[in-house]
Write a protein that binds this ligand. Structure first.
Ligand SMILES: [Zn+2]
Length: 181
């Protein structure tokens, strides 16, 4: 019997207030909800397409994120439940970031180059991962979402305002196009 594909969830666009609200830790009683949510989050991320998605981006205030950097174009999905950064390097790295909640907007963000993250996987098993490069950036970006922080919160107010204005304009044009159809 073929399982039916997971439902694609709508992605909230900044400045939606849900994106600014800290998410709550997942508890045992959330297990059934998580089992349904994870495949939907992966399906939504792959469809977008993106390399990471946090639950608040689909309107769910739980500390859950999914990541897949697709190394060599092959899927390598990570589900992170209640992830915590437990160590960071003093060395910093700057990388251009984007976000599915700020479509087509990019900015250079400086963060610790290496991080160690503790989390529960999709089976509830405790895991630890040490990452550098793109994965380190992605982990910090997704964990930020669980704290109500967006990548634009790491850049100057001047650049942030420019991006938010451009995004608002893009969204207005899209809405007008949709209404005119
Ligand atoms: Zn994001």
């Amino acid at each position: 019997m073929a399982s039916k594909p997971a439902e694609i969830l709508p992605i909230l666009i900044a400045p939606d207030p849900v994106l600014k609200a800290p998410a709550r830790p997942v508890a045992t009683e959330d297990n059934d909800a998580i089992r349904v949510l994870l495949p939907r989050m992966f399906a939504t991320m792959y469809r977008a397409p993106g390399i990471g998605l946090a639950a608040p981006q689909v309107g769910i205030g739980l500390r859950v994120a999914v990541i897949d950097l697709m190394p060599d174009e092959k899927p390598q999905p990570f589900a992170l439940i209640n992830p915590e950064i437990i160590a960071v390097s003093t060395e910093l790295a700057t990388r251009e970031e984007g976000c599915l909640s700020l479509p087509k907007q990019y900015a250079d963000v400086t963060r610790p180059a290496m991080v160690k993250v503790r989390y529960l996987d999709a089976h509830g098993a405790r895991q630890e991962i040490e990452a550098d490069g793109l994965l380190a950036t992605c982990l910090q970006h997704e964990i930020d979402h669980l704290n109500g922080v967006l990548f634009v919160d790491h850049i100057s107010a001047l650049k942030r305002n420019m991006i938010m204005r451009r995004l608002a304009k893009d969204m207005r044009v899209l809405r007008e196009e949709a209404a005119g159809r």
